[in-house]
Design a protein around this ligand. Structure first.
Ligand SMILES: *Cc1c(COP(=O)(O)O)cnc(C)c1O
Length: 384
């Protein structure tokens, strides 16, 4: 039987208003390095409450520059979660340092502060909590550990623009040195490719701005001499990680709609939970009292001890019914590259168990409650 309708797990929402903003920059004087970048950064600051924002070409670049700005030594170690996109771990290696993992909480699949504590050694320098699915990690506990052991904190908020933690916006950096965002089309707001770092530190902000533009500066307070108005100097090895003005225009327009997107995502998650809660074959992650999440993902947890199908069979059966889903994530420590660094199966049992169960269901603003009812109906009829 042909599927009635096809659904992917995520999809961008682009309006004619968004398109018009992009078209206007195409007819302006600047396609890149123009005034729209600063306007987008100011809008990110206004939304999150952070003092500074640096717009960048993607979220991975944001993680790269965030770790580089910390001037790490080769012996320095960062701790992140295995349940994340690989870039959250890779960024420590980009900066010439090392990375390890701490296991997750079973109820949220977020990094567990008690597990972080077990992995802290004198070489630990950075904590990289990832706000998985958009739900903030327990930042008070993480910030307390960072303070006690003198560690930097970089929040990976690629899933969490628009999320709150204890009434503060994720990205305010109330509990961290820097927060990174991604604006890839599957994320809550998009610029095509794009990312940003927020920080309240003037010093980090200046470093990040220079690193974004190849390491070149015209700041008179830094220049060693003043040859003339054309003069610039390079003091650090930077990159071209700039966002374009067309992308920034799209970002400004999307940011205006963020609260509406979040409300819709939360409504759809409530509907999924209502429809799934009495079915023993399935479960889902729980939202904690400290969180108001801008849900980027809604992972269905399949209890394989209650059904006969294995994960591959479930995934393929749902695909043949038109549900083109994804799994977030294959635990990073199980990637061949990380096996070579000595990580192995069994190292992070809660994360590995989570991976066995999780399949991300469709979640995006143009989805309706009727779509959710149809999707859950298909799942209940198919999984056995
Ligand atoms: C998407 C994502 C990134 C990387 O963002 P890109 O813009 O795709 O480079 C980093 N961390 C997490 C958790 C992500 O989901």
């Amino acid at each position: 039987m042909l599927p009635k309708q096809k659904y992917t797990y995520g999809k961008q929402s682009i309006s004619w208003g968004d398109i018009w903003e992009v078209v206007k920059t195409l007819r302006s004087d600047y396609l890149t390095q123009g005034p729209t970048i600063k306007k987008f950064e100011d809008a990110i600051c206004a939304y999150t409450g952070a003092k500074h924002a640096v717009a960048l070409s993607n979220g991975t670049a944001a993680l790269h520059l965030a770790t580089l700005a910390l001037d790490l030594k080769p012996s320095d170690v960062g701790i992140t979660t295995p349940i994340t996109f690989i870039a959250s771990a890779n960024c420590m290696l980009y900066a010439g340092a090392q990375v390890t993992f701490a296991d997750v909480e079973p109820t949220t699949a977020n990094i567990d502060a008690a597990q972080i504590k077990k992995h802290i050694t004198p070489n630990t320098k950075v904590l990289i909590p990832v706000h998985f699915t958009g739900q903030s990690c327990d930042m008070e506990a993480i910030a307390a550990l960072a303070k006690q052991h003198n560690l930097f904190v970089i929040e990976d908020a690629a899933h969490a623009i628009g999320s709150d933690y204890k009434g503060t916006k994720v990205g305010s950096c109330a509990y961290s040195d820097m927060t990174i965002f991604s604006f890839h089309p599957v994320k809550t707001i998009t610029t095509g490719e794009g990312g940003a770092i927020t920080t309240n530190s003037e010093e980090l902000y200046k470093k990040l701005m220079t690193l974004r533009t190849i390491g070149v500066t015209k700041d008179p307070s830094i220049l060693l001499k003043q040859d003339g108005p054309w003069y610039y100097e390079m003091h650090t090895l930077g990159f071209n990680y700039r966002l374009t003005d067309m992308q920034a225009a799209l970002g400004i327009s999307q940011l205006k709609k963020l609260d509406g997107f979040v409300a819709k995502r939360r409504e759809l998650v409530d509907e999924y939970k209502k429809l799934l809660k009495d079915d023993l074959r399935f479960g889902y992650l729980e939202e904690q009292s400290y969180s108001k999440a801008a849900f980027h993902l809604f992972p269905l947890l399949v209890h394989h001890d209650k059904i006969s199908m294995n994960k591959k069979q479930v995934f393929e059966a749902l695909k043949s019914c038109g549900l083109l889903l994804q799994v977030h994530y294959i635990p990073v420590h199980l990637q061949p590259f990380y096996s070579k660094l000595g990580f192995k199966e069994g190292d992070y049992p809660v994360a590995e168990k989570y991976y066995q169960q999780a399949i991300s269901l469709p979640l995006y603003p143009s989805l309706t409650k009727g779509d959710v009812r149809y999707i859950v109906g298909v799942i209940k009829d198919t999984v056995r």
